[in-house]
Write a protein that binds this ligand. Structure first.
Ligand SMILES: Cc1cc2nc3c(=O)[nH]c(=O)nc-3n(C[C@H](O)[C@H](O)[C@H](O)COP(=O)(O)OP(=O)(O)OC[C@H]3O[C@@H](n4cnc5c(N)ncnc54)[C@H](O)[C@@H]3O)c2cc1C
Length: 553
């Protein structure tokens, strides 16, 4: 269990211990490496200095996609590899990686004509091995308008329909981490690697880890140490060797969230911005999020900024493709900003930089990996473990040689049926029948189901227990979810719950205010917080809420 209750004790217990592998960074890359390692029988410890996924892995466009746009830069290899991964990630986590129909409008003077769109999508279908039912379909102007009335304009020429997969990036990361822990990985959030340990020949053989929740420090030894710290990769490489050259180019992308009532899209759209870029608008629950931008960045890494110009850029892009939308800056209810750890290439603009991943080797033995996509996490992990396997020079050993993650279901995704939307809906409906007596609407239940998947049973059982004790439906469900995320998903702070485990800060922001006190009260009980500490935690979270929803516009 990835439990926040036992976390500090578990961390203390590994002081002085040796693992086959230490991974620095608990984003999707680090979690993926842990899963691959643990399923091959390696002992592995992961240290994340913030919450899991609090770096870039909670700030993406939340799509498992092959990167149609990369075809423009002739990056066939990436599109092929990552495009094919979509199906695998979907099969292994069907509760949080779901097919999403995309409409791509073709406009007069746009960068994509009918011919190029058709060819690009055909190539995409081929490279990504897209299944028949999800292959592209070209649309006439009338068909586009019928499917998506908001796209009606004088300059609309036609369009295309194709599929990507939508996900929740931080939940995908936590489901990978939970599965890795099930296989024996030790994973810790709020555990910062603040120094390396070396043998006499200057080879790295461990790390010093500071527990950021109580300032304890431990030393942990590892036969191999992997630096999967995303945008912090260069910083860690320099900590190891101050002469290490800079390898990353950091760019920023923001997303804005508007109520669906202000932009009533029926489908996701992927459209031309007029400056040779493409932007997504993705409806989810009662909101639509729009993104992203791509600009150079060198400011604060922990809290990437959101500028008025970024928001205006996205608003203008929507109003240009959909003159009917008339979106205003005041319609934006929240936003998030993420930083891309891209591989540096001289003379290229942010949008031209490749999304490839790369591995860097340091003289000390430190292995660093950066770049890539959320979607390709499994392949990146496989590459790293293959390198380690070879370095271990172990005689042929089936357990270690075979990568198993292609078919391992992630936590919550262990359904015993093949995916079809009907199967999934039927399963959710059956579960709802079991709980509707507990005063929950089908809408609210489905939000929980698509968060926790098969693990919903654990949440349901706790909700029954709490109801029997408290005779209060509302509190029973809130406490059950807090209980589950604290005990099984390492939630230690109020912000972990509202931002990265439930995604409420962006998708149900108006539901948060009435819940904060109840969530904080129950966390106080679970963690034995003093009243003063609880008030400080509430205050800290309120500041984060303010930052996400009230920018200087
Ligand atoms: C705007 C935007 C949109 C995107 N959209 C998509 C998309 O739709 N689909 C897709 O496939 N990809 C997308 N991506 C790319 C994807 O999000 C990233 O490739 C991926 O999240 C990177 O994960 P990571 O684990 O390498 O880095 P991170 O998630 O940043 O993880 C690195 C972790 O290391 C931790 N760390 C740093 N220093 C230390 C230390 N000293 N000790 C311990 N821990 C440390 C950090 O706190 C951080 O959590 C997008 C990226 C951006 C920015």
């Amino acid at each position: 269990m990835l439990s926040a209750i036992t976390r500090s004790e578990d961390l203390k217990a590994i002081d002085g211990k040796t693992f086959d592998l230490i991974v620095i960074g608990g984003g999707i890359t680090g979690a993926g490496i842990a899963l691959d390692a643990a399923t091959r029988g390696l002992s592995v410890a992961v240290f994340e200095k913030q919450d899991f996924a609090q770096g870039t892995s909670s700030r993406s466009t939340k799509l498992v996609h092959g990167g149609l746009r990369y075809l423009e830069h002739l990056e066939f290899g990436i599109v092929r590899a990552v495009g094919r991964e979509r199906k695998i990630v979907h099969n292994n986590a069907m509760h949080i990686v779901l097919p999403e129909k995309m409409i791509l409008p073709i406009i007069e003077g746009g960068s994509l004509g009918e011919f190029t769109t058709n060819i690009a999508l055909k190539l995409y279908d081929f490279l990504a091995d897209v299944k028949k039912t999800e292959q592209r379909k070209m649309l006439t102007k009338e068909e586009v308008i019928k499917a998506e009335p908001l796209l009606e304009s004088d300059f609309l020429k036609g369009g295309a329909m194709y599929y990507e997969y939508k996900t929740d990036d931080s939940r995908l990361t936590i489901e990978i981490a939970k599965k890795a822990v099930e296989y024996g990985a030790k994973m810790f959030n709020y555990a910062e690697v603040d120094d390396f340990l070396y043998e006499q020949d200057f080879k790295i053989n461990g790390v010093k880890v500071k527990d950021r929740l109580n300032e304890n420090e431990i030393s942990v030894f590892g036969k191999y140490v992997v630096n999967a710290t995303g945008i912090w990769v260069d910083k860690m490489r320099k900590k190891d060797d101050e002469k290490a050259p800079q390898r990353l180019h950091i760019t920023k992308g923001i997303h804005i969230v508007v109520p669906k009532t202000k932009l009533p899209l029926k489908h996701s759209i992927y459209f031309d911005t007029g400056d040779n870029r493409m932007v997504f608008a993705v409806p989810r629950f009662d909101v639509v999020y729009i993104g992203t931008t791509d600009t150079n960045y060198s400011d604060n890494y922990e809290n990437p900024t959101i500028e008025k110009a970024d928001i205006e850029y996205l608003i203008n892009a929507v109003n240009t493709i959909s003159p009917k939308a008339k979106l205003k800056i005041e319609d934006v209810q929240s936003a998030w900003s993420g930083l891309r750890p891209l591989i540096q290439e001289e003379g290229k603009s942010p949008s031209e930089l490749s999304r490839k991943d790369e591995i860097f080797y340091s003289d000390s033995g430190l292995i660093s990996i950066a770049g890539g996509k959320l979607t390709g996490y499994r392949l990146m992990a496989k590459k790293i473990i293959e390198i380690i396997r070879k370095r271990m020079k172990i005689e042929y050993n089936r357990e270690l040689c075979d990568c198993k993650t292609r078919t391992i279901k992630l936590s919550g995704g262990e359904f015993d049926f093949e995916y079809s939307l009907i199967n999934l809906i039927q399963f959710a409906d059956q579960k709802y029948d079991e709980v509707k007596q507990l005063g929950i609407s089908i809408g609210d239940f489905k939000k929980l189901f698509y968060r926790y998947g098969k693990n919903i049973d654990l949440v349901i059982n706790k909700a029954f227990d709490f109801y029997n004790e408290l005779k209060n439906y509302r509190l029973a469900w809130i406490y059950a979810e807090v209980f589950y995320t604290v005990n099984y998903e390492a939630v230690s702070k109020i912000s972990d719950f509202f931002i990265r485990r439930t995604g409420m800060i962006h998708f149900f922001i108006h539901d948060i205010a009435p819940m904060i006190q109840d969530v904080a009260d129950y966390m106080q009980k679970l963690f034995n917080w003093t009243s003063e500490f609880k008030e400080q935690e509430i205050e800290k979270f309120k500041q984060e809420l303010e930052k996400a929803s009230n920018f200087d516009i």
